[in-house]
Every structure is written in C-alpha cells, then in structure tokens.
Design a protein around this ligand. Structure first.
Ligand code: SF4
Length: 619
C-alpha cells in the first residue's frame, strides 16, 4: 500500500483526529466533537499524482465509475483514515457503495442525509443526529460556526473582488472557495492566509476582460481549465458549486438555516435559482456547464439548457485529472469567440473573396487532411493533402523561412497567376497555430465552418453538419450567428475514421460502401476500433455484405442523429459539409429519417473550414 500521508506533511500531527468527508457537511459538528474535517476530494485532486491514485483505486472500483468517486475512495483508504462522513442523500449516486467499501475497510462511517424534499425539520433532526454521534451540542457548534463565519466573510470579499472589481482570477476564486469545505484542516491558518490574499488582491488594478463567464456544475477536473480561459482574455467570475461549498450565503444564519440554504444537495431547482441570480447579479455573458464522465449530474444539463433558453451555454465533459485536450480547447475557444462576436457585434460583413487587391488563402489544418482554399482576383482554387504529407512537405524543417517560401511557391503554382501583389493567409483546424509558419492568422474551427457555410449557401438560419476524420460537428446558425454547437467527445465513433476502418475490414473502397442503404444490418458497436470484431462476426455468420455496408452507414447516421436533435434550426434547413457529402447512403438516411425539410450541400463542401478561415480573415 502506498505511503500516502507523506504527501501531506501538514496532516501528520492531526492524523488521528482526521475525519474524511465526501462532500460539504456541517463541519462545525466535527470540530466541536474534537475532530478535524478533511475533504477527500481536495486530497485526491491536490495529490502529487492523482492519476497514480486512480490507477490504484481499481482495487475497489471499476474504471466505469467517475474519477471523483474513485479518488475519494482511494484518498480515504490510502490515508488509512479511521473515520469518515459520507453524504448518502443529496449527493452522489455512488455514495452508498462508497460507505460499504469504507466500512469493509474498517473505517467508521457516519452517513449524513440532506433531505431531498428540502424539509427543514428533517434537516434539523439529521444535524441533531450528527451532533449526538460526535457527542457535542448545538451551542458549541454555533460558537464554532461564528469562528468559521469569520473565514467565510473574508471569502465573500474575495468573491466580490472577483466579480465586482475583477481583481481576483477565476482560478484564485475557485481555489479559495473550494478549500473552504474543510479550511485545509486548519481554520486558523486558513483565515490568516485568506486575509493576506485579500489584502494583496485589493491593491491590484482591475483586469479588463472580454467575457464575464460563469462556471456551473462541480469543480472541473482539468488542471489548466481556468488558466486556459484567462489566456483567451476572458475570466470565470462565478464558480457555482465552489461558492456553495464555501457556505458564504450562510454567514450570520444559525447552523440549521445555513445548511438549509445551501443549494447543492437539494433539488436541481435550487441550483437553477442560484445560477439565474448570478447571471443577472454578476452580468454574466455566458455559462460553461462542467459535467463529469459517468456522473448522473449529466442528466441536469438538458434541464439547464431548456431553462436558460437563448443564454449562451457550453457543456464540457471531463474524465481524468489532466490538462484540457485539443477537443475541449477547441470547444472553449470557439464558444468564447462566438459569444464575443455577438457581444461586440462582430458580425461578418457581406464579403466577396474574389475581386480583391490581395489574394486570400484559407488553410484548414485537420488531423487527417489539410484543405487549402485559394481566392485570387477572378477565381478560386482548392487543394487537399493528407496531413502527414503536408507536414513532411512544409512543416518538418527547422528553417521557417524556407518552409514558408516553399509553401508560397506552391500556392503561386496553384493560383496560375504570375503577378500577385500580396497573399494573405488564414488558418483553422487542430494545427491552426502551427500554420503561423506561413504567417497565417488563426481562427477557431467552429466559427470557420459556420462562416464558410453562411458564405457558401447565403443562408442565415440553418443547422450545419460536418463529419470530419475524427470528429463530428453540429452547429445551429440563427440570424447569421452561432446559436449553439455540439461535437462528439473523446472518441472517433461514427466519424470518417469509423467508415474508413470498416471499409478496410470489408476490403471495399469508400465509394462502394457509400452506395448501400437498403436493409441495413443492425450493428451495435460504433467504435472505430472495436467495430471490427462485430463486422467479422457478421461476415462469418453469412450476412450479406451489402446489408453490412448499409449497416455501417446507418450506424454513422444513428450516432449523429442525437447531435442533430440538440441543434435543430426552426427553418428546417440542414447544411451538410465535409467528405460525408459523397456518401449517398448516409444522405438517404438523412433525407428519410432526420426530419429536416431541406438538405443543402454547398459546392466545395469539403473545404468549408478553409473557406471560412478566408471569410473571417478577410472580413
Ligand atoms: S462527479 Fe458525479 S458521480 Fe462523480 S462523485 Fe461527483 S456526484 Fe458522484
């Protein structure tokens, strides 16, 4: 067993008194009973190696259980705690098995229950039962609450400095508030540090931020979430649950009232009220809803979207304690820039990419292919490369100038013109920043695809579907602006990669596969890798290969349909772009099953990102 305690030297001298808590509980009771509360979530996430802890946690919980649950379990077990308080009503659906596992490991567990019906009398009885368990009394608990409220009052000011004066960053706000669930096991030191932080922050100049963002949901598991948002010029100025965990809304209330006022454990409606209040009080421009993989809270995401109507909302899902992946960065960046466009009325002007003095080149540097859209004086030209070929040809050398000259020479060849005054380069796609070698201004992918489709179709209200090599994008355009978008997460199921892999198994080319849509064979595995086994089993069982091919095409459609349902334009128009437009069978399924009134396939449908980069760059 790992010697986990050595990672937390500040806990050594109070080790015997530690009581692990799975979530916010009235810690006043624990302290009043002579113990010290330790938030197991904070221990897990602040561990020098949270991933190592998760690996070890497979001893007691399978991989398909949320990382926070496994982290909490691992923290309690590897710290060899003697006591824990687990919230078994009003918190996670996993807390009953957590209680069982901890008891099995000889940890004394008190199950704390927040009444789901928000009944104050029941909550009072529960807190009294808690008080009795810790052999203390309500008066001592209230005295301790008064002391803790001094810490909370400092946190309240830190929170105000965040949204009123913009002197505290989203990350600092998060860290201060989330730590208040256990005051880092030392409320006196916590007060001193928080006070010093506040004094220092008050002297800072106010920051100017592009967007005032709210973070809804549990604290994100990503290590660089807040810093990434700050790096884009915006700031999180509302941390919903961290603020709730800090109990600053309970300052001055009695113990029962404070924990009754706490929104997180009760019905979603309480959280919703708190979020709506923050939107207006803090003048939020948009909200990012963080959800954890395998967490039941994901169900609430739909309710939040419905309740907030047109208010910009992005859902981000996290799994492991790690930095944001490319996909998540792309979503956040696209979301922020689309909200900025609306806020600052940066609407794309009606433009013409031809007939300009300068020539424009849009480069969509994707994970599987690189698309180039060139706009000269009188004509447009397009070219596509496999990404690896493009990298080897233009991006692998050390000498940037040489790479640029080579690329520029090839663009001149593509243009067919000999006299070009100036070429302007604009980039998008996963590799958009790498294209800085060509002095290309980068634009986010979602925005470019939207801009490309608006430019190419002349439509202003539609749903856009783009199926890339590894990702699927569905974007709703309303009045020429992005209203919302979704992307497939984490895996390539249903994307171009899936069809390519299945074609390889069936020894058929993409053109052949894409013809078949009649009597699709039901396939249950949409995974680009594991789908192989199922296909081979069908072939061995003697299923007609044409039906299997139809099944592959239908599988792609079935994977995409829920994303389309999330972003249905009222106009009933669906614009389809990317290489999927060559898949006749897929288009048949779209026509017969998706319910869209009109399906539009623009010219050069594979080049929407590159066209959009040129549109945004030029406009
Ligand atoms: S993220 Fe969800 S599933 Fe995970 S511990 Fe929290 S409430 Fe439970």
């Amino acid at each position: 067993m790992i010697n986990f305690l050595s990672d937390y030297p500040h806990l050594t001298n109070k080790y015997k008194k530690l009581v692990g808590i799975s979530s916010t509980v009235p810690i006043e009771v624990i302290y009043s009973g002579g113990f010290v509360a330790l938030d197991l979530n904070n221990i897990f996430i602040s561990s020098p190696s949270p991933l190592e802890l998760l690996k070890k946690s497979t001893e007691f919980a399978p991989r398909a259980v949320c990382s926070w649950t496994r982290g909490v379990l691992a923290a309690a077990v590897f710290l060899k705690l003697k006591n824990a308080v687990i919230v078994t009503e009003g918190d996670c659906a996993h807390t009953i098995p957590i209680t069982d596992i901890l008891s099995y490991r000889d940890i004394n567990v008190f199950s704390f229950e927040y009444p789901l019906n928000h009944d104050l009398k029941r909550l009072k009885n529960e807190i009294d039962r808690f008080i009795e368990y810790y052999k203390t009394d309500i008066c001592s608990c209230e005295k301790i609450k008064e002391e803790f409220d001094r810490c909370r009052a400092v946190l309240k000011k830190i929170d105000e400095l965040t949204y009123r004066e913009l002197k505290v960053s989203g990350f600092e706000n998060h860290l201060n508030l989330v730590s208040a669930s256990d005051f880092n096991c030392d409320p006196v030191l916590f007060y001193k540090n928080a006070r010093e932080f506040l004094d220092e922050a008050e002297k800072r100049p106010s920051k100017s931020v592009s967007l005032r963002i709210g973070h809804a949901g549990i604290p994100p598991i990503f290590s660089d979430y807040y810093n990434y948002i700050s790096s884009l010029g915006s700031e999180v100025i509302f941390n919903e649950t961290q603020r709730q965990f800090s109990m600053i809304d309970g300052i001055g209330r009695d113990l029962y009232g404070a924990y009754h006022n706490y929104t997180y454990p009760y019905s979603f409606q309480n959280r919703l009220k708190d979020i709506k209040k923050a939107i207006s009080e803090r003048e939020l421009d948009c909200l990012i809803h963080y959800v954890q993989s395998f967490c039941f809270h994901q169900i609430e995401d739909r309710m939040l979207k419905n309740e907030l109507g047109d208010f910009p909302l992005l859902t981000i899902e996290g799994d492991y304690p790690a930095p944001l992946n490319e996909n998540d960065r792309l979503k956040i960046e696209s979301f922020i820039s689309s909200v900025e466009r609306k806020k600052y009325k940066l609407k794309s002007k009606k433009i013409n990419l031809l007939n300009r003095k300068n020539h424009a080149v849009g480069i969509d540097l994707g994970s599987r292919s690189v698309k180039i859209a060139y706009y000269g004086r009188y004509e447009q030209k397009f070219e596509i490369f496999e990404t690896m070929d493009f990298i080897i040809k233009y991006l692998s050398g050390e000498n940037k100038k040489k790479s640029f000259d080579k690329f520029q020479a090839d663009i001149l060849k593509l243009s067919g013109a000999d006299n070009i005054s100036k070429i302007e380069y604009f980039s998008t796609g996963y590799g958009r920043y790498r294209a800085s070698v060509f002095d290309a201004a980068p634009f986010s992918e979602i925005e470019c695809h939207a801009a490309g489709a608006i430019y190419s179709t002349g439509l202003k209200n539609f749903t856009l579907l783009d199926v890339g090599g590894q990702d699927i994008k569905v974007i709703e355009i309303k009045n020429g602006s992005i209203k919302g978008f979704s992307m497939n997460d984490k895996c390539a199921a249903g994307s171009g990669r899936y069809i390519e892999n299945m074609a390889r198994i069936l020894k058929a080319d993409l053109g052949e596969i894409s013809k078949h849509y009649r009597e699709p064979e039901p396939l249950s595995i949409t995974c680009a890798t594991f789908g192989e086994t199922e296909l081979i089993a069908k072939l061995i069982a003697g299923v007609d290969i044409k039906k299997i091919m139809a099944g592959v095409n239908y599988t792609v459609y079935a994977r995409i349909e829920p994303l389309l349902n999330e972003h249905r334009s009222l106009s009933g128009a669906l614009v389809v772009t990317s290489g999927i437009t060559h898949n006749t069978a897929f288009l048949e399924f779209l026509k017969s099953e998706s319910g869209f009134k009109k399906i539009v396939i623009p010219k050069n449908a594979q080049f929407m990102g590159a066209i959009g980069a040129a549109v945004l760059g030029v406009s």
